[in-house]
Design a binder for this molecule. Structure first.
Ligand code: BTN
Length: 335
């Protein structure tokens, strides 16, 4: 997009659904009213629904759901997250691309990689992530935090809080947030009405004392309507749950803004606050669960989450176990 189109769009977006006169726009942008008109026509051709009424001006009514990096950038008022945004039509995995860009090309912290489709989307524990074209959001964020590698799990906590926050904000435009049964399933899944809506895969390159770079990959089922047989019963999308197409672009903006909000807390050393916020969204404490750890199954009750984000379990004999997110999966016992 050209600079003038972006500036025009920014003004229209800031005044969405309201009218702004051609005269005001021409003086803000320092161009003639004819130029404003020409570029309004251009934006319309790109799918923006812009009303024009004599003596009132122009009003943006609807935006197309195409992900355009420059446009997303103007919608962000972040310091670091989204400093650079790269959008690819198709990637094997956005995490792989992000790692490559971080390692080989030294891309800065805050760079966001978005794939419209992934041919080999990766999940945790060697699983795959269903990533069909132009319906979901598949994002990877490159980070270079000045943190001890032991704090890396907090990056996943930041991401899950950001996803929950963005979903709540999006859904509050649709219906009352009280109706949302949204929870974080330890360690890194987001469930909506008990089905998986989002997953997070964080990867990093570190030495003993420093994180060289981390890549936080977030997959969200936004407008998918059909899932493959093997995940049909356990996966859902925002569209399925709410019967409405969600604008991925504004949803992505919300995620990036929220991500930065929680990330800055982490950088400021507010781990305890993050942990509390995270625990507020985990509904697992006091529940009976089965932990699958290297094919071994351990049954017990979740008694707490440690200050490092580990799950603390007590089995029937009163024995206490601590599980690290990295290599276990968790199943809730049927009540
Ligand atoms: C999981 O639930 O097991 C984690 C899923 C993570 C999926 C995201 S989609 C964007 C990024 N790229 C990948 O290949 N995986 C993550």
């Amino acid at each position: 997009m050209k600079d003038i189109d972006l500036k025009l769009l920014k003004i229209l977006k800031e005044n969405k659904n309201e009218f702004i006169s051609g005269e005001e726009m021409s003086s803000t942008l320092n161009v003639s009213r004819t130029t404003v008109w020409k570029h309004i026509k251009k934006l319309r051709k790109q799918g923006f629904l812009i009303n024009s009424v004599t003596n009132k001006g122009y009003s943006l009514q609807e935006e197309p759901d195409t992900l355009i990096a420059e446009e997303i950038k103007i919608g962000l008022d972040t310091e670091e997250i989204g400093s650079d945004i790269l959008i690819f039509d198709s990637l094997d995995s956005s995490n792989n691309k992000a790692k490559e860009l971080a390692r080989k090309d030294n891309y800065p912290s805050g760079t966001v990689i978005v794939a419209e489709e992934q041919t080999e989307g990766k999940g945790r524990l060697g699983r795959s992530w269903f990533s069909p074209a132009e319906t979901g959001l598949f994002i990877s964020i490159i980070l270079r935090p000045q943190l001890a590698p032991t704090k890396a799990p907090f990056l996943t906590i930041v991401a899950s809080l950001a996803v929950v926050d963005a979903i709540n904000k999006t859904l509050s435009n649709i219906k009352s947030t009280d109706d949302n049964d949204l929870e974080i399933k330890w360690p890194n899944d987001i469930l909506l009405n008990k089905k998986k809506i989002s997953g997070i895969l964080s990867e990093m390159s570190a030495d003993m004392d420093n994180i060289n770079y981390a890549v936080v990959g977030i997959g969200i089922n936004v407008n998918q309507e059909i899932f493959p047989e093997e995940i049909k019963k356990i996966a859902t999308s925002l569209k399925i749950e709410y019967g409405q197409e969600i604008n991925r672009k504004s949803f992505l903006e919300k995620i990036l803004k929220s991500f930065e909000k929680f990330y800055l807390l982490l950088i400021a050393g507010q781990d305890n606050l993050l942990l509390e916020l995270w625990k507020d969204n985990l509904k697992i404490i006091d529940k009976e669960v089965i932990i699958i750890n290297n094919k071994e199954k351990i049954k017990g009750r979740v008694i707490n989450i440690s200050e490092r984000g580990e799950l603390i379990l007590e089995d029937e004999k009163g024995e206490i176990y601590t599980f690290w997110a990295g290599d276990v999966s968790l199943r809730e016992e049927e009540q």
